[in-house]
Ligand binder design. Structure first.
Ligand code: HEC
Length: 106
């Protein structure tokens, strides 16, 4: 039952652009998380600027460090040098999905 529901949710949420990118279920969940929590500041798309100019587009994070390095900070609570970014704590599953999504942008 659960798997069926997940598939339906995916089918409904996959727009033409995402279908073209052919994201895996894990990458798709990571993208949904990023869209909900991060996209008001960071660009989560393959192209285009962040809404908040100082926030690096997620597709550029791997240029600064291997995105796997974020695992620890996402679990412990990611804190950056900027006070405007809220602190986030993620569950291990969410982290795996989010990292998978970041890698799909590289
Ligand atoms: C309210 C705006 C805002 C939101 C929401 C936000 N960020 Fe940020 N984020 C920023 C800004 C601004 C920077 C640049 C900060 C700096 O250079 O000190 C940044 C930087 C980062 C960095 C780079 C940190 C580094 O190593 O320099 C990461 C990774 C990051 N954000 C992840 C996330 C994730 C993951 C989410 C969602 C769960 C998120 N951010 C949500 C504003 C935001």
């Amino acid at each position: 039952m659960k798997a069926i529901r997940v598939c339906l949710t995916l089918l409904m949420s996959v727009g033409p652009l995402n279908a073209a990118l052919a994201l895996s279920p894990s990458e798709q969940r990571g993208m949904t998380f990023a869209k909900t929590n991060c996209s008001q500041c960071h660009s989560i798309d393959p192209a285009g600027p962040s809404r908040l100019a100082e926030a690096p587009p997620f597709r550029d994070l791997h240029l600064m460090y291997p995105v796997e390095d974020l695992q620890e900070s996402l679990a412990e609570g990611i804190r950056t040098g900027h006070p405007s970014m809220p602190e986030f704590h993620l569950e291990p599953d969410q982290i795996a999905d989010f990292i998978a999504f970041l890698k799909s942008l590289e």
